[in-house]
Design a protein around this ligand. Structure first.
Ligand code: IPD
Ligand code: CA
Ligand code: CA
Length: 265
């Protein structure tokens, strides 16, 4: 058995455990702080979930590096690096909207080899191994075979600094909403990726994501037959920030709208 096959079960296990921490905290009182402004929260549950994941990694895989949203990078030049969003969808969580996830990717020498997204309240574990396909629980998933943007359901998200830098997010949104069947804003980028992978959405874009938002979801999308690029239509990395993700068939149609409405990169 190769290493990534062994690792995926560990990642699923810890994503489930962290998901139970988040589920347990949902709807209860929690303390929180503001990160950059009044829109950008971090709760005690984000931190508790992250600590649980990190303690597990340090105990079981002490040579591995970790890049985690709330505590930053540790040993990130290691051969294996875990990329962790302990609670993706904090705003939803804080407002008792049951759409949030735990997202954990594993990179080997900078290439993502495993990705797991636990859609906690949906009771869905999305997972993928490089070259092994993508799954929701134990069912194989694939993107939707629709090549018509006009009949596509899309998703997007808005960055926390949209009040300071609204141009790209809103300009692209206005044109995309006219071109597609409809657009949803779920509030968990990791779930947006998984919903493209499973054929619920045909496409998803966002102007300012982070490695922990992207890492696991990117592999799940690619292993389900989808594609992720940046806004120049170049294959995305977890550091790309500006992300366009689709079932491949509507990618160029979405990219044309982005290119025509992009103000600055
Ligand atoms: C956020 C969510 C949201 C997206 C934001 C992200 P967080 O992550 O994924 O859907 O629109 O850009 O920052 O802060 O809840 O982990
Ligand atoms: Ca996130
Ligand atoms: Ca988060």
């Amino acid at each position: 058995m190769i290493y990534k096959d062994i690792m995926i079960n560990s990642i699923i296990k810890i994503a489930q455990e962290a998901g139970e921490i988040v589920r347990e905290g949902f709807g209860k009182n929690f303390s929180f702080e503001y990160k950059t402004n009044l829109s950008n929260l971090v709760t005690e549950i984000d931190k508790k979930s992250e600590k649980h994941i990190k303690d597990f990694i340090k105990k079981e895989f002490p040579a591995h590096g970790i890049l985690a949203e709330e505590s930053g990078g540790e040993n990130t030049s290691a051969e294996y690096v875990w990329v962790v969003d302990p609670l993706d969808g904090t705003t939803n969580f804080a407002h008792r909207l049951p759409i949030f996830s735990v997202s954990i990717g594993l990179q080997k020498n900078g290439k993502t080899i495993c990705g797991v997204v636990n859609h906690v309240m949906g009771n869905e574990i999305y997972s993928a191994e490089l070259g092994g396909g993508a799954y929701c629980n134990s069912n194989k998933i694939t993107v939707k075979q629709n090549d018509n943007l006009r009949t596509s359901l899309l998703a997007t998200g808005f960055p926390y600094d949209i009040d300071e830098n609204p141009s790209n997010a809103l300009g692209i949104f206005i044109e995309m909403v006219k071109a597609a069947r409809a657009i949803r804003r779920l509030g968990s980028a990791a779930i947006d990726f998984c919903y493209v992978a499973s054929g619920i959405f045909e496409g998803f874009w966002e102007v300012h994501l982070h490695p922990w938002d992207i890492c696991a979801g990117q592999l799940i999308v690619e292993e389900s037959g989808g594609i992720i690029t940046d806004f120049t239509n170049t294959p995305a990395s977890i550091y790309s920030q500006q992300i366009l993700c689709s079932n491949k068939l509507i990618h160029d149609q979405m990219h044309q709208i982005i290119r025509a409405n992009l103000i600055s990169c």
